[in-house]
Design a protein around this ligand. Structure first.
Ligand code: BGC
Ligand code: NOJ
Length: 814
């Protein structure tokens, strides 16, 4: 069952009914001002940091699910009938409804009783504001008298405090009204130098800024008193809950359309120029007024929208493909790349599953996300890498997360996850391969954000590498620490107290439990570091890295092979985890994928056996589950993984993030059919037809799909902000389609399904456009490459000579 369709040409997903199984959302903004918006206009906005600068209020996990948003009410002033063109919050019957989620914008429109209304929501580039471009049309044969009401509820800035500190917050709300513009200025009187504003292009008949006056006694957003009676109360908020609502009255002749622009913005004033007059408490509006005036003009708004379109065309144009599979094309060309940008902007902070107050930018997550966006925004990737490096600890270890506003690491979700440091090496490797910008290695970065501790980025990578060598366990494998990639495999935690955080509790000294996954990760990272060293004037260091990689590989083979697959870990008692000897959790996906990615076992058949075990024991029609058999009870010595009911999350859910590791491993083993088959099982577009089962958006990946042990097998959760986005993008573009940035040029090494006749791609890389055609002439992966008509050896295309901007690449597979 479907709830809409892909409009591939316009790069939109069109939702044709409001009752999607869950709110299906989109993101607004791509620089500093952001919002999330559902298909029924739910969501909220913030400036830079979803916790510390929340502009509008949203209540998570509510009933109904999605309450609080960017609402508009349309009222027929003759009959008193009122409704919302986004269906919520009035939930009125509609004659038509469509939500178009596009690249950085969402348009929601509907019609009722001969009146059609629609709103295009977007954030212009380089501005800290959002536009609601609203249009209403009278399709009746008679004139229509219509009232339009806007509504947002302001958040008192710190979203955490806003949701808890009511003894203070009910007394501090303040607003100002001037020329029909509503200014929200809570705490501006004291230490804040920022305020929000909400403006309207039409002449207003009234306004409201106090929520409970606008809504009326004991009412919700579905039937505000002001809308019902057809007249605002002109309320001014003092304390309680400040909102912004305009009332506009229109008379529309038959067939006529009128546009109203609502603009919600964020603005900062210099601390010494906050007030006007200076000794007053009135907001100084000198610098905000021109901004407001500009965006109340339709031509300026249309221009800003055009620039936003161009921006996305530019980003997505960097890699475009045409394959025999529409789901591959759609995800690669549009939605997967778009989702990668969302993970760049949001990390794991704000979605409909991430409340914006829990997690900031993760060290591990942000480095992996780079794989998906570095080709689109290399300069910002560079900045991100240096920011991350500056939070690294002198030991080489890492805080698990940092706050986007302060860029400082914090211990809120722990540290000593012993895999963390290696992702920095892999992130930097991805950046170097894409850009060839070796200068980044010399860039100084602090440790733990301490002034004076600056060292070149290369030195940070060395400390990442050394971190593991300083922490080897009884078998010579890396100690796991708090956990590795699998945050829930807590082998030193032993938590028996309700409410204790699995992420910060440690009851064991951590000198025994080891991770085979980190072993594989270390081998891969050490090999990359060796290649980086050889390319950057540190060739003398390379043999050490290579020797350490070889030694770890040997250790993994000796102590990390279980007979038919790679073991997962050794626990605190030296017990095996992820072994045939275990009653539950006999085989885990992570080491099978990652050890092969590191090249372990590709020569001697171990990799094949591990991947065959994955196919036999872990693969389901909905994707590959994380482990089997699921843990049926809580195990003190395993931690959070066994806290989840079987089939969910890390306890044998389909954790989509690591499915691509197996896709890549299959591609490395030369098996394009298996790689693409796994790709298709979790590709959201390929699952569109079972949207009633999948339930999350069919245009973006979700973190998890319930595994075969769950009663809801096939149901997705936690869409949008997940490493799944970057890893799938990387797996399909670089390993299956095989268009892979390498240190010395662009590598072309496709491992595609046997039935594919070939594909075409356009890839911009280091300032050159590569037009690539791959043709299949035989069933295998043996490739012959011609560049500009001349056959070349190998599969890496060096930069073209003579400053040529375009290169034609032809590959034949046999
Ligand atoms: C989740 C993990 C997550 C961790 C850290 C756990 O509850 O299951 O997926 O990484 O929390 O926030
Ligand atoms: C989600 C976290 O963001 C990520 O860092 C972690 O690797 C996975 N969960 C697996 O636990």
């Amino acid at each position: 069952m479907q709830f809409g369709y892909f409009d591939d040409h316009n790069r939109e997903y069109v939702i044709t009914r409001p009752d999607t199984p869950l709110p299906w959302i989109n993101y607004l903004g791509c620089q500093a001002y952001f919002g999330i918006i559902s298909n029924t206009a739910g969501g909220y906005s913030f400036y830079r940091d979803a916790r510390l600068r929340r502009i509008t209020r949203y209540r998570y996990n509510n009933a109904p699910f999605d309450v609080g948003g960017r609402y508009i009410y349309v009222r027929d002033d003759e009959t008193g009938d009122y409704w919302s063109p986004s269906w919520q919050p009035t939930q009125s019957g509609l004659e038509s409804y469509a939500c178009r989620h596009g690249m950085g914008y969402t348009t929601i429109g509907a019609a009722r009783r001969g009146i059609a209304a629609s709103t295009r929501y977007f954030v212009p580039l380089d501005e800290n504001l959002e536009i609601w471009q609203f249009a209403v049309t009278n399709r009746r044969l008679t004139p229509a008298a219509v009232s339009v009401f806007s509504a947002v509820e302001f958040c008192l800035w710190d979203a955490q405090d806003d949701a808890s500190n009511f003894q203070r917050n009910f007394s501090i709300g303040e607003v100002e009204m001037e020329d029909g513009v509503i200014y929200h200025k809570t705490e501006y009187r004291e230490r804040r130098d920022h305020f929000a504003w909400f403006a309207c292009s039409a002449e207003t008949a009234g306004f409201d800024t106090q929520r409970d006056v606008f809504l009326g006694h004991a009412r919700g957003w579905d039937r505000p008193a002001a809308v019902e009676r057809g007249k605002s109360f002109d309320s001014v908020a003092h304390g309680w809950a400040p909102i912004g609502s305009h009332h506009v009255r229109l008379v529309l002749p038959p067939g006529e359309t009128r546009q109203i622009i609502f603009v919600l913005g964020y603005h900062e004033n210099p601390p010494d120029r906050k007030f006007d007059p200076p000794d007053s408490q009135i907001v100084n509006k000198e610098t905000v007024k021109p901004v407001i005036a500009k965006y109340l003009v339709p031509e300026n708004v249309d221009g800003a929208f055009g620039r936003l379109r161009d921006y996305w065309d530019g980003l997505l144009g960097i890699c475009q493909v045409a394959t025999p599979d529409i789901h591959t094309d759609r995800m690669v060309n549009v939605w997967n790349a778009y989702q990668c940008m969302a993970t760049f902007n949001m990390s794991r902070s704000a979605s409909f599953y991430e409340s914006g107050i829990g997690r900031g930018l993760g060290f591990r997550d942000s480095n992996q996300d780079l794989l998906g966006f570095v080709h689109m925004i290399p300069e910002r990737a560079r900045e991100r890498i240096l920011d991350l490096a500056a939070t690294q600890l002198p030991s080489g270890g890492a805080y698990h997360q940092y706050q986007p506003l302060t860029k400082k690491g914090n211990n809120d979700v722990g540290s000593n996850f012993n895999d963390d440091p290696h992702w920095l090496i892999l992130g930097v490797a991805a950046y170097l391969k894409e850009t060839g910008d070796w200068s980044i290695l010399a860039e100084p970065a602090q440790y733990d954000n301490q002034p004076g501790s600056e060292q070149p980025l290369y030195e940070h990578l060395q400390r990442s590498f050394q971190y593991t060598l300083d922490r080897l366990g009884p078998h010579g494998l890396p100690l796991i620490g708090r956990a590795d990639w699998n945050d829930c495999l807590n082998l030193n935690c032993f938590s028996d107290t309700p409410g204790q955080s699995f992420q910060t509790t440690t009851n064991k000294d951590g000198t025994v439990a080891e991770s085979i996954f980190i072993g594989g990760l270390f081998v891969l990272a050490a090999k990359e570091l060796a290649a980086i060293a050889r390319h950057s004037g540190h060739a003398g260091d390379a043999p050490d890295y290579e020797a350490a990689a070889a030694k770890m590989e040997e250790t993994v083979r000796r102590h990390g092979w279980d007979g038919e697959w790679f073991l997962r870990a050794y626990g605190d008692f030296g017990n095996k985890v992820g072994s045939k000897e275990c009653a539950e959790g006999k085989i885990f996906i992570e080491p099978q994928g990652f050890c092969v990615l590191a090249g372990i076992g590709l020569q001697d058949g171990l990799a094949r056996r591990a991947l065959d075990s994955v196919r036999k024991l872990l693969a389901t029609p909905h994707g590959i589950v994380l482990q089997q058999p699921a843990y049926s009870r809580y195990y003190l010595h395993l931690g959070e993984i066994s806290s989840y009911p079987p089939g969910y999350k890390e306890n044998a859910g389909i954790f989509c993030h690591n499915n691509p590791w197996v896709m890549i491993a299959e591609a490395m083993a030369g098996n394009g059919d298996a790689a693409h088959d796994y790709y298709s099982r979790i590709n959201p577009s390929a699952r569109e037809g079972i949207s009633d089962v999948h339930r999350c958006e069919p245009y973006v990946y979700a973190q998890m799909i319930a595994g075969r042990d769950a009663p809801t097998h096939g149901e997705a959760k936690n869409s949008w902000l997940t490493g799944t986005a970057a890893w799938n993008y990387y797996a399909i573009t670089q390993w299956i389609l095989g268009i892979r940035p390498a240190y010395d040029g662009l590598q072309v090494a496709p491992v595609i399904p046997e039935r594919w006749t070939g594909f075409r791609a356009v890839r911009q890389f280091r300032g050159v456009t590569y037009r690539i055609t791959v043709r299949r002439e035989g069933p295998g992966n043996r490739m012959a490459l011609a560049v500009d008509g001349r056959p070349v050896e190998g599969d890496v295309i060096p930069a073209p000579s003579g400053g040529r901007a375009e290169v034609v690449v032809e590959a034949t597979l046999a």
